[in-house]
Design a binder for this molecule. Structure first.
Ligand SMILES: Cc1cc2nc3c(=O)[nH]c(=O)nc-3n(C[C@H](O)[C@H](O)[C@H](O)COP(=O)(O)OP(=O)(O)OC[C@H]3O[C@@H](n4cnc5c(N)ncnc54)[C@H](O)[C@@H]3O)c2cc1C
Length: 359
């Protein structure tokens, strides 16, 4: 019998479990190794298109700084600090306004000055480069391992298993696939793209679509800073061993969870390769590709709420393609709400009721 059971070992579940232990609760974290978080491209940037998201990422970066302690950044999978966006002048003006509003320090460069500073980057004359320096890029697998270690060190009981069913009640009973059942007073469901099917078994419908998104790794002689090409639409970061990781914004709808991690279609790879070649002056060589699920709501904001009819069960979903970077802040928020430290109304804009007319 635990005070809290957190289901899902992606970024949301791990963060929530760590936060609950920081508050001193008895926590079990149940889940499977495979997650969108582990296969994500690993970009954590402040250069997003909405204020709420930028503030969430700023919180996530502060949380990471606190968790890192005396470890070296490379040990936890960080491959780069800072981020640049390539935009046309109109978009660059909007980005500057937004970053100012969020209180984020940044610098903008015209294409001539940017080319001197980042000589590997191919720019057109009229393009503007926005630079922020607190952002992080990570090898996601290594970063999630780091968070798993932190969770265990803090005393989270980790159980690798699959939750077949939750029997809801004053004490919730979690029926596991491989071992016996677990009881918990409060359950946090952090199931990512698996949430929709899991809840529908209890007759609870949530309006999310699941996209399977690809990522690519290329070898290159360029020593790049992480960047987004907002003109032709691609994003990239440095990886280990002289590689670059990222992709275009290709995606395809997927309904069957057994296909969440299938290989991406060939046409997406050639699309991504073309997009990267537009921006890099040196050649690239394909190394590997993979894909994973992104769960997305109609208004692009996450979902965070109690389960209808069950006040002691909370869920989070809909982190879409920005989940690694927002997930730490959102996981902490979920834990603070579940433990009564914050009110659900602080996340009114994330609650399921905003979609009541759709359901
Ligand atoms: C290719 C790709 C690139 C991406 N790049 C970026 C990026 O650069 N930056 C960024 O911020 N975001 C990125 N994302 C998005 C990001 O990965 C997701 O938004 C985020 O990982 C979602 O986190 P989560 O914790 O909600 O879900 P997940 O990480 O998927 O975790 C959910 C976990 O729940 C487990 N689970 C589900 N059902 C059960 C059950 N019944 N019992 C036990 N366990 C269960 C799953 O196995 C999984 O481990 C990318 C995504 C993809 C696919």
């Amino acid at each position: 019998m635990y005070e809290f059971a957190v289901v899902g070992m992606g970024i949301a579940g791990l963060s929530a479990a760590i936060r609950l232990r920081e508050h001193g609760y008895d926590v079990v974290l149940i889940g499977d190794e495979k997650s969108a978080s582990r296969v994500s491209a690993g970009i954590i940037t402040l250069q997003l298109e909405n204020l709420k998201d930028i503030l969430l990422v700023r919180n996530s970066i502060n949380i990471i700084k606190n968790l890192v302690g005396s470890s070296r950044l490379e040990e936890i999978g960080v491959t780069c600090r800072g981020f640049i966006s390539v935009e046309d002048s109109e978009e660059a003006e909007e980005s500057a306004e937004l970053l100012k509003k969020a209180g984020i320090d940044f610098k903008q460069f015209n294409s001539r000055d940017a080319s001197e500073r980042w000589p590997w980057l191919d720019l057109s004359e009229d393009e503007v480069v926005t630079y922020t320096w607190d952002d992080l890029s990570v090898e996601a697998d290594q970063f999630i391992d780091f968070l798993m270690n932190i969770a265990e060190k803090k005393g989270v009981r980790v159980q690798e298993d699959w939750v077949e069913e939750v029997i809801y009640g004053e004490k919730n009973k979690l029926i596991l696939q491989r071992s016996c059942e677990v009881e918990a007073e409060i359950v946090l469901l952090c199931l990512g793209a698996w949430t929709r099917d899991f809840l529908s078994k209890n007759g609870i419908n949530i309006p999310t679509a699941i996209l399977r998104c690809p990522a690519y790794r290329f070898r290159t002689a360029n020593n790049i800073t992480a960047f987004a090409d907002e003109v032709y639409e691609s994003y990239w970061r440095p990886g280990i061993d002289g590689t670059i990781v990222g992709g275009g914004y290709h995606a395809e709808l997927v309904d069957d969870s057994s296909k969440f991690f299938n290989s991406p279609p060939r046409r997406f790879r050639s699309g991504a390769e073309k997009l990267l070649k537009i921006r890099l002056k040196n050649g690239i060589e394909f190394v590997e590709e993979w894909s994973g699920p992104c769960s997305i709501t109609a208004d692009l904001d996450p979902l965070m709420d109690t389960l209808p009819g069950h006040e002691n069960v909370l869920f989070i979903d809909g982190l879409r393609g920005y989940g690694l970077m927002r997930g730490l802040a959102l996981g902490y928020l979920l834990a603070d709400i579940a433990s009564g430290r914050k009110d659900l109304d602080t996340v009114r804009e994330y609650r399921l009721s905003r979609f009541s007319s759709l359901l």
